[in-house]
Ligand binder design. Sequence first.
Ligand code: FE2
Ligand code: FE2
Length: 213
Amino acid sequence: MNRKLSHADNLIHQFDTVLRTLVPKAAQPGRPSPANAQPEALLDDDQRRDVAGLMRVNHTGEVCAQALYQGQGLTAKLSETRVKMEEAAAEEIDHLAWCDQRLQELDSRTSYLNPVFYAASFGLGAVAGAVGDRVSLGFVAATEEQVGHHLEAHLRKLPIDDKRSRAVLEQMRVDEAKHERQALESGGQRFPLPLKWGMRLVSKAMTKSVYKV
Ligand SMILES: [Fe+2]
Ligand SMILES: [Fe+2]
């Protein structure tokens, strides 16, 4: 009976996380947004549209991260690292909420494609988790590395005055580097370069589509 209950609890928790991830404005951050401490910049329409495109890409990246952790949590053993992984997933919720908040401030919205990316990342996470902990942790590390590259590029592209977006991305960069390090230290396999190039191609396709849609 207990087992059944905990299984049902787990399903409800999963469903709750899916909703929080996909429904705009539903994610509640554990930490306040770093943007709150910064002044709003005067952006013209083109700049605002461009920044919104970048923040939308970052938001979808966080949707993918959340789905990856969820999918992996379902199938991976991760007996020693589960707590750390759950902490990381909670930090991804912060990132998700901060990007969402910034998009609202810019009079914009999250991507319509998020459910598609959520489903794909959830599936990949579940498969990696089923293969084994070394692979699934390696996948987390490789994904975080990829996200780190994105963040670097976006920090270069942001208008110099947009301190609010910058503060969000800078804190995300710190957190993602920590997630990558933790995944490797926990035994994650370093992915070979060709696999990373493949991941880069997929993320390029994501970036291009989500920037607009
Ligand atoms: Fe993140
Ligand atoms: Fe992360």
